[in-house]
Write a protein that binds this ligand. Structure first.
Ligand code: PCA
Length: 210
């Protein structure tokens, strides 16, 4: 079977998205006899559900780990919960949709817990030297939408495939590119090298399927 790893396109003020880079890098790797399929999703609230459903139908994965960028985070963060809420806050999606306090699914549960082993995955990353933590909120943008939608689709269809979401920090290259006048005392946002981010997401898959 396969393992589905999704990343997201760049969005908002960002010219790159490390999650897309991670998905592309992991594409074709094998973990515990399963081949990782890496795919990049559009940052569009209205397309997330169908894109994920299509990828699951196409690849029939043994586990799904979706990933996205959360600039400012200091670690690889494994999300514990997806909530039934869309709010773009101050960052419209890539087709300028900006939902405000709307449900993802009108008749859905308020929240779904991730079904990957969240705590064990974080412990394994820490053991492997990857700065990581459990996160108790994936926010209300497309990343939370992906986590909630995956879990909701699986619950409704009775599919017991583990699914989860990992938020990633900026890469150092991106943090430098986005920094404003650090030589004058301006800040540089927290970052982690892409290689550590890749190790982290691979470890989440290993913990889930091994
Ligand atoms: N991060 C955003 C959406 C796409 C992405 O990579 C989020 O955290 O929801």
């Amino acid at each position: 079977m396969t393992l589905l790893c999704t990343g997201y396109e760049p969005f908002g003020e960002h010219n790159a998205n490390p999650s897309a880079q991670v998905a592309r890098e992991l594409d074709g790797e094998t973990v515990a006899g399963h081949e990782i399929v890496g795919e990049v999703l559009p940052v569009e609230f209205d397309r997330v559900d169908d894109e994920l459903a299509g990828l699951v139908a196409e690849h029939d994965p043994a586990a799904v780990v979706a990933t996205g960028l959360a600039a400012g985070r200091t670690t690889v963060s494994v999300e514990r919960v997806g909530v039934n809420l869309n709010d773009a806050v101050t960052v419209p999606d890539n087709v300028d949709a900006s939902p405000h306090a709307t449900a993802i699914t009108a008749d859905g549960a308020d929240a779904h817990f991730a079904t990957v082993p969240v705590v064990e995955a974080v412990e394994a990353m820490l053991d492997a030297g990857v700065p990581a933590r459990v996160s108790n909120s994936a926010g209300t943008h497309c990343c939370n939408h992906a986590l909630y939608s995956l879990l909701d689709q699986f619950e409704r269809s009775g599919r017991d495939t583990p699914a989860g979401f990992v938020h990633l920090p900026l890469t150092p290259e991106q943090a430098i590119d986005e920094a404003e006048a650090p030589e004058r005392g301006g800040g540089v946002t927290a970052s982690l090298p892409l290689s550590l981010q890749i190790d982290g997401v691979r470890t989440v898959f290993e913990t889930t399927v091994e």
